[in-house]
Design a binder for this molecule. Sequence first.
Ligand SMILES: *Cc1c(COP(=O)(O)O)cnc(C)c1O
Length: 381
Amino acid sequence: MYEKTIKFIKELYGNQEFTPLSVPKFIGNEKKFLNECIDTTFVSSVGKFVDRFEKDMAAYTGAKRAVVCVSGTNALHMAMMLVGVERDDEVLTQALTFIATCNAISYIGAHPVFIDVDKSTMGLSPDAVKEWLVKNAEIKNGQCYDKHTGRRVKACVPMHTFGHPVRIEELAAICAEWHIELVEDAAESVGSKYKGIHTGLFGIVGALSFNGNKTITTGGGGMLLFMDEELGALAKHLTTQAKVPHRWEFKHDHIGYNYRMPNINAALGCAQLEHLDEYIADKRATAAAYAEYFKNVDGIDFFTEPENSFSNYWLNVVILPDHDKQLEFLQETNDNGVMTRPIWELMNRLPMFEHCLHDSLENTIWFADRVVNIPSSVRCL
Ligand SMILES: *Cc1c(COP(=O)(O)O)cnc(C)c1O
């Protein structure tokens, strides 16, 4: 039933036996920088690439400070701690996300609350957040509380799904009005911008991921982005065991974390970053080719970037008419060497989170029944 589409995708990616969903691309200084690490023995927690990657990423994104982490997940965990989320707090987020978002909230002992996404962005809906707050929340002593559970509502974590920016300015305004800290899960949206500003810079802190399947990779890795330099400095301190700087003394002034990215991973990151803009241009060209093709295909819609946004098109999205068609499409593409996959199982359907509060999740469920990710790797470089 989908032969033509399978043929199109295969051709787009040069008719390989198997077309993967999203694989890394190494076309620059990766080997040179890695060799430099080995030749100088600086492979671990100290080395120039760590500092360089942070500086280069801050310059690229426009952040005042960038701090590398071992993974996007522990970047998010650190972000939760930095904005003061505590045990038993509630944190508003999406059910339509990768599990890392909810794991980070759970590490603190806080409770995710799942709010619906927008049809236009696939990310957290400002309208739905506002509606939930008006119905369920009140301000007491300058803090937001859930009237029904008595828990403090401390933070809100929107996620820029598949690289498409959410309506982040509106979310920031709502969070400010309700005294809620805004943390952006920008793990999928390196290079994506909202009104010309890089995602991850609208809240107090933003988290990126450089896992192997992301737009650029450090093998494994993550990063925190800050507009507040002091908070960035605190993050650096806490992610490096909170050691008080001294030439030989080993003293620590806080419970710290060994969340620092090793120099060899940062070396990979520096080399990857040199080509990030080319990767994104290539991915956007692929998205444009898909958009053009699917215009003439009945029963499959291609999802395009929302208004006011520049998307990195990390993973391309098609929308099938219903859940049966979604399964058919998944079956036929995967049977024929084209890797596709559905959206993550919704968080509120997983055993660890099925007891969590949520709103109607109407659009969330609509997407879960219809979305399929199609091959999205960098293609022409
Ligand atoms: C990839 C990703 C993360 C972080 O994952 P790591 O593998 O720990 O780097 C976090 N949130 C979302 C939504 C992601 O897609």
